[in-house]
Design a protein around this ligand. Sequence first.
Ligand SMILES: Cc1cc2c(cc1C)N(C[C@H](O)[C@H](O)[C@H](O)COP(=O)(O)OP(=O)(O)OC[C@H]1O[C@@H](n3cnc4c(N)ncnc43)[C@H](O)[C@@H]1O)c1[nH]c(=O)[nH]c(=O)c1N2
Ligand SMILES: CC(C)C(=O)C(=O)O
Ligand SMILES: [Mn+2]
Length: 494
Amino acid sequence: MLFRQLMKCLKQTSFSLSDYNTKRNFFRAVQLQANIPGTFVGSLKSIVGDANVSTADAVRDQHGHDESHHEVHKPDVVVFAESLEHVCKVAKLCNDNKVPLIPFGSGTGLEGGVNALQGGVSLNMSKMNQVVKVNAEDFDCTVQPGVMRIALNAYLRDTGLWFPIDPGADASICGMCATSASGTNAVRYGTMKENVLNLQVVLPDGRVIETAGKGKRSRKTSAGYNLTNLFVGSEGTLGIITEATIKLYGIPEKTIAAVCHFDSVQEAVDTVVQIMQSGISMAKLEFLDDKAIEAFNKYSKFNMKVAHSLFLEFHGPALGLEDQFNTVKELITSNNGSGLQIATDEDERKRLWKARHEMIWACTALLPGSKPYSTDVCVPISTLPKVIVQTKKWIEEANIIGPIVGHVGDGNFHVFFPMMRGDKETYEKVQDLHFKMGFLAMEMNGTCTGEHGIGMGKRKLLEKELGPTGIEVMKEVKKCFDPNGIMNPGKVFF
Ligand SMILES: Cc1cc2c(cc1C)N(C[C@H](O)[C@H](O)[C@H](O)COP(=O)(O)OP(=O)(O)OC[C@H]1O[C@@H](n3cnc4c(N)ncnc43)[C@H](O)[C@@H]1O)c1[nH]c(=O)[nH]c(=O)c1N2
Ligand SMILES: CC(C)C(=O)C(=O)O
Ligand SMILES: [Mn+2]
């Protein structure tokens, strides 16, 4: 009976929200904590030392969730790796005993990537935190998995270089590789996919590979399959990233930030589309709707006009930057934009962007005591006005709080839904909206996630996005790297 129910769930091609929830609960019911052999924890201790193994409830709890709304799933044990050798031996031990292994970067993910759905070992990489090498003359560097984005930029400051990919959160660079993170600067510098030159990866059986070949860091390669980008965005399901070689950039000579406002979403987003179509190389091009500006003002103590707004930033040599700015200014005016204000002063700019990066918390604060549920879709830029206008209509119809904030220069945007724990009615409305947005994005030839990944929250949407054959091929790829299915089980696919 159970088997038949399972097969029915799996075969269904179309689905509704209630099917999805039934399916989720069904899977949850059959998933037990990993059956860890009695001697297993002792073996872990003999590899990494007693002090680097914890079964304490608080530590397991901390490793059983990220910053998302997804419910906590604790690992059975947390291991802190201090070296490549530790990682290889722990992976092999887990593989030999068929125990789930979940890499843990800094736990800032937004789709439940680190949650231990089937228990097992959470492998915390934070103690491997050395910058291995900076090749300033080649604009690249190699880092261990525990190196954090802000620390790396502080380390690089004297070289005049920086790593611009900025998801707002202070995440680990290898965690950012694993989720293919991006954020506000992607419109100019790309995402992690465009910025990783090589990765050192430990496979579940303990073998080590460098995805572009040992020590390789050329800007271009057409040598064989692109294993590097197979691991970028793999969300800990194929192997453990133990080093990343990434591109660096010169700190821009001049930076101008600006803000302007619009009466309608359509005019604001039309302006974005026209700026992008004019070929101007924006560094940041962000949209905040009126509701988001309300939250922004309240949380970060600004006094901005409450209207649909664009936050813009230009990077470049002083020569020519003002011309670019003036062209953008004309486009803003021609779309009835108003209140254009510029910030060239560094402190002012930092305050503006800090407040932008805190929008998830600003929106959460609209409902005291709530937790954030965030969504993330990305569409071809010309379809963006239609998708945002429709999303806003759905939010209004559902009568829920849902400010819209986005990296619209990339066609990517989020809705932040503050949610009270246990508020089933709102949760169902939000789940429904998250599906509708995902489907609409796909209909417009976009994706259900531009930057937060699939994790545990978007597995069903991925099935729709790739279709059965696409999913089947992805599963075959996983099998090739991880035949025992120990790497972060239950993520990306069911
Ligand atoms: C306030 C705020 C704001 C934002 C974001 C988060 C928060 C809290 N994010 C999400 C952010 O990008 C994401 O949190 C990081 O890329 C994940 O890095 P962690 O080190 O925290 O990985 P974390 O520990 O959360 O792990 C994430 C996934 O990667 C895997 N993983 C981690 N380290 C690994 C390793 N060494 N090897 C293999 N797998 C590994 C994990 O198993 C998991 O599946 C985001 N993102 C974005 O793209 N744009 C944005 O604008 C934002 N904004
Ligand atoms: C969902 C959030 C945190 C985000 O990605 C952003 O603020 O851009
Ligand atoms: Mn974002």
